[in-house]
Design a protein around this ligand. Structure first.
Ligand code: BV8
Ligand code: ZN
Length: 244
């Protein structure tokens, strides 16, 4: 099966990758719904929503500061590097990710579409102020502070620049992802439960346009029913083999 997947990729005209939290599991970043999943301790409604933030911004900031600390200690794993290498070889045209951990960019992927935002960016809840904490070298200061961060422009609360449940994905980002999916003849689906919409449409769009779906996952998911090739295993291990 691995050889078949490698051949499909090598012969593809426009291959893309669609990734979820599972691709970062071997980097030590907790997934959402697995046995070590984040949501086990909390429910999404309690933390990753506008209502939760309005009701208890300190709790939501504690959650994101905790996650940022976890992600700061994480390095890309062989799966992230394999995708960057496939892009360098001209095989992979883009990575569409649901992850907010920036590990694809750290591994060297160039064309990354972040459907759900990026945990290292903050934005103002009221005005258009945005800041990339990583570029400004302010992540540690932000993560270690106990206060509620305020917008330097208007004084309102700053929030993580990620998409919460019940929030629309940025239109331009979603359109760019859908256009990539319509053009692709192979989508490599790695480490997603395929439960969260509209992101989970991506592999279905590829399939509808006659493309092939290769799935890498330790278990089955909402995408498995449409997978042409299902490679059961850890992303880092399977992707390293595909690259061989
Ligand atoms: C919207 C950012 C409307 C924040 C996230 C009922 C039916 C259908 C849809 C809905 C519904 N009720 C509500 C909805 C809509 C909702 C939704 O889809 N809910 C789901 C849960 C049912 N969607 C939304 O709310 C979206 N917005 O619909 O807006 C709208 C429209 C117009 C105008 C106004 C409003 C917004 C969704 C975005 C939410 N934000 N994250 C943050 O990160 O804190 S979602 C969150 O889940 C993460 O982004 C994560 O990436 C995403 C998906 O999870 P996965 O990545 O798949 O991770 P998961 O843990 O689930 O799975 C891991 C997988 O990896 C598993 O399969 C596991 O087997 C595998 N794995 C584990 N280890 C490994 C591995 N595989 C390989 N190797 C390993 N080592
Ligand atoms: Zn502001």
């Amino acid at each position: 099966m691995i050889e078949e997947a490698a051949k499909l990729l090598a012969r593809s005209r426009f291959a893309i990758a669609f990734t979820g939290a599972g691709i970062s599991a071997e980097s030590g970043v907790p997934t959402f719904r697995g046995k070590d999943g984040l949501w086990r301790h909390y429910k999404p409604e309690e933390l990753a929503t506008q209502e939760a933030f309005e009701r208890n911004p300190a709790l939501v900031w504690d959650f994101y500061r905790w996650r940022t600390r976890k992600i700061l200690g994480a390095k890309p794993n062989p799966a992230h590097y394999a995708l960057a290498e496939l892009e360098r070889l001209g095989i992979l045209k883009a990575v569409i990710t649901q992850n907010v951990d920036d590990l694809h960019r750290e591994a060297g992927s160039g064309n990354v579409v972040e459907l759900h935002g990026n945990i290292f960016r903050v934005r103002c809840a009221s005005c258009s102020y945005r800041e990339n904490l990583k570029e400004n070298g302010r992540v540690r200061e932000f993560v270690n502070s106990k206060d509620l961060p305020r917008c330097p422009q208007c004084g309102s609360l700053l929030r993580p620049d990620v998409v919460w449940f019940g929030e629309a994905l940025p239109r331009a980002t979603l359109e760019r992802a859908f256009k990539l999916a319509e053009k692709s003849d192979v989508v490599l689906v790695i480490g997603t439960s395929g439960l969260v919409y509209p992101a989970a449409y991506i592999p279905y769009i590829v399939k509808e346009h006659g493309g092939k779906v290769i799935e890498v996952n330790v278990g089955s998911s909402g995408i498995t029913p449409i997978a042409d090739i299902f490679l059961r295993g850890k992303a880092g291990e399977v992707m390293a083999k595909i690259l061989d």
